[in-house]
Design a protein around this ligand. Structure first.
Ligand code: NAI
Length: 332
């Protein structure tokens, strides 16, 4: 099969090419993001491999189907950017990589928390300028603090275990509680988690129900001065509300690896350009905000698993075998 692989960076090409050596398929690597203006590039291909910021709405999916694409292989876990109902309507099967390394994302989440709390990013720069003052770097012990995890799937469970290890009291919230997670924390309703947590971390998928899960109302219900961490999907947080919370001091810190308008910005080198996103620009001015550019997944182990699983799905599709990682629209 010939696969059009969109939004590829050198690291994608490296890991997917290595995985492809075990299969008999041809991958066409394209740097472009997939959207209505680039969909024509799939001409002559049988499958498409796409990523988190590609556009897979009904109009793009219709075009893919017209070009004869039968499989959309998402090389990620979160697939909120795919219109699954439209994919089914146009006869395109969708697969994803559901569990590649929960450790990668959970460990990056902890990295953000430690960095923001202890100002390690600022200390790095200060020391390099021969400024050995620690004034302004005062943090707090994680030990003894209450840590709230919203979403206790594979990543949330790893995070709950790590934070339990730090000596935090861990509160959990998920519509589908998990037995394993109960070893590391206590399931409570969302209101209680928000009211009692010193740190709140989002580990749930972005769906119509979870869009702006953290909004003005919920920020108001958080403990004053608590830290919010989002390594799941930007749309879970109403960024403008978070900015107001930071300005008033209701929100004591915000660490994020994902941003609701990240498409076209995150993953790109825009260092020579004028920033067009005023909300992101404002966010970057706060001393108590730490932003990384959707890199929580970015470990060697994760990229190897993503590449291997993606190729396995494509191979199974080409042989007419069962697609174990297929996703379908849930009936509304
Ligand atoms: P998972 O599917 O194993 O777990 C998600 C959990 O969220 C499930 O237990 C589900 O019941 C729960 N959930 C659903 N709606 C909820 C709600 N309203 N409130 C609380 N919990 C709710 O997913 P996994 O692998 O743990 O990943 C979680 C998310 O992390 C993904 O959907 C993806 O968006 C994001 N992610 C981010 C990455 C990054 O690089 N920053 C990399 C990988 C995933």
């Amino acid at each position: 099969m010939k696969i059009a692989c969109f939004s590829t960076k050198p690291y994608d090409e490296k890991f997917l090419s290595a995985a492809a050596e075990n299969f008999n398929h041809e991958i066409v690597f394209l740097e472009h993001r997939l959207d209505a203006s680039t969909v024509v590039l799939v001409k002559g291909c049988d499958a498409v491999c796409a990523f988190v910021n590609d556009t897979l709405d009904a109009s793009v999916l219709q075009k893919l189907s017209e070009f004869g694409i039968g499989l959309l292989a998402m090389r990620c876990a979160g697939i909120n950017n795919v219109d699954l109902e439209a994919a089914a309507k146009f006869g395109i099967r969708v697969v994803r990589v559901p569990r590649y390394s929960p450790y990668a994302v959970a460990e990056h989440t902890v990295g953000l928390i430690l960095t923001l709390n202890r100002k390690i990013h600022k200390a790095y720069n200060r020391v390099r300028e021969n400024n050995f003052s620690i004034d302004g770097f005062l943090g707090f012990d994680l030990h003894g603090r209450t840590f709230g995890v919203i979403g206790t799937g594979s990543i949330g469970r790893v995070l709950a275990r790590i934070m339990n290890g730090f000596g935090c009291r861990v509160l959990l919230h998920d519509p589908y509680p998990n037995e394993e997670a109960k070893q590391f924390g206590e399931y409570v309703d969302l209101e209680r988690l928000l009211a009692e947590s010193d740190l709140v971390s989002l580990q749930c998928p972005l769906t119509p129900e979870t869009h702006h899960l953290i909004n003005v109302d919920r920020l108001g219900k958080m403990k004053r001065g608590a830290m919010l961490v989002n390594t799941s999907r930007g749309g879970l947080v109403d960024t403008s509300a978070a900015i107001e919370g930071l300005k008033s001091g209701q929100l004591g810190g915000f660490a994020l690896d994902v941003y609701e308008e990240e498409s076209g910005v995150f993953f790109e080198d825009l260092s020579q350009e004028v920033m067009q996103d005023d909300v992101l620009s404002r966010l970057m001015t706060f001393p108590n905000v730490l932003i990384t550019s959707h890199q929580a997944f970015f470990t060697r182990e994760a990229l190897e698993t993503i590449a291997r699983t993606t190729l396995e799905s494509i191979d199974a599709f080409s042989r007419g075998e069962e697609l174990v990682n297929q996703v379908v629209a849930t009936p509304s």
